[in-house]
Ligand binder design. Structure first.
Ligand SMILES: CC(C)(COP(=O)(O)OP(=O)(O)OC[C@H]1O[C@@H](n2cnc3c(N)ncnc32)[C@H](O)[C@@H]1OP(=O)(O)O)[C@@H](O)C(=O)NCCC(=O)NCCS
Length: 207
């Protein structure tokens, strides 16, 4: 695995004041929903743990701030934008973060295994991806797509079929293909390590 992963339990987080910067604290105050506040904090705590181990910077000088026109946050270390590839995810009481020092891009996604309706399956997966049908497989497939969508930095703005994960191989179409080419057509590695029982987790890296 070329990524370092940190998982945190959202019921066991230190207070934000101990690790958020002033800019982060100001943004945190704007979040209203308790679930969202915990997830936002947990993702930052997990990422700061990794970035502190990598750079030695204190947690309050590592900042993960939202960008105005994109869901993808920016990482600042000691006030400067960092090029260290990172990704954050949260699901059902957990948050995780990842960094990599031997790839250019990274995306991760964590999801609790749940049963979904057939319509969900048809909306989000191309028939070529559906080589199995059980809940764990479908949840994993979802995490694979989301991890790749985060690696691209696009989130919801691409079509569901524009990234296809067929037996671990990633295929790009339409706008996802354009963005993939803009990134320099990196070699993508998709991994699905076990992180927690009853959850599926995917890590996409590109270099
Ligand atoms: C961005 C997106 C991927 C987040 O997925 P999610 O399952 O809702 O949420 P997660 O908890 O896994 O991830 C949230 C984190 O992703 C990060 N993120 C948000 N937008 C992002 C983007 N455009 N690129 C990369 N990372 C992004 C943020 O760090 C965010 O956490 P934060 O707001 O606390 O900082 C999601 O909103 C989205 O757009 N999903 C695409 C749905 C879809 O169509 N999937 C099929 C794609 S082919």
């Amino acid at each position: 695995m070329s990524a370092k992963i940190e998982l945190v339990d959202l019921t066991n987080l230190p207070s934000g004041e101990t690790f958020l910067s002033e800019r982060e604290q100001a943004f945190f105050q704007t979040l209203q929903l308790s679930k969202r506040r915990k997830e936002w904090l947990g993702g930052r705590f997990a990422l700061k743990t990794l970035v502190h181990a990598e750079t030695g910077a204190p947690a309050t000088e590592i900042e993960v701030l939202p960008q105005k026109n994109s869901g993808k946050p920016l990482l600042y270390v000691r006030g400067k934008i960092s090029t260290l590839p990172f990704s954050i995810t949260h699901s059902n009481g957990y948050a995780a973060a990842a960094i990599t020092t031997d790839a250019w891009y990274i995306g991760i996604d964590l999801e609790k295994v749940t049963h979904r309706m057939d319509s969900w399956k048809k909306d989000f997966f191309h028939p070529s991806e559906l080589v199995a049908q059980d809940d764990a497989f479908l949840t994993s497939l979802w995490t694979q797509k989301e991890a790749v969508a985060k690696l691209l930095g696009t989130g919801l703005t691409i079509g569901s079929f524009d990234v296809r994960c067929v037996e671990g191989e990633v295929q790009f179409f339409n706008r996802a293909l354009e963005i993939y080419k803009q990134l320099g057509s990196p070699d993508i590695t998709l991994q699905t390590p076990s992180l927690i029982d009853e959850f599926e987790f995917s890590v996409a890296t590109g270099k």
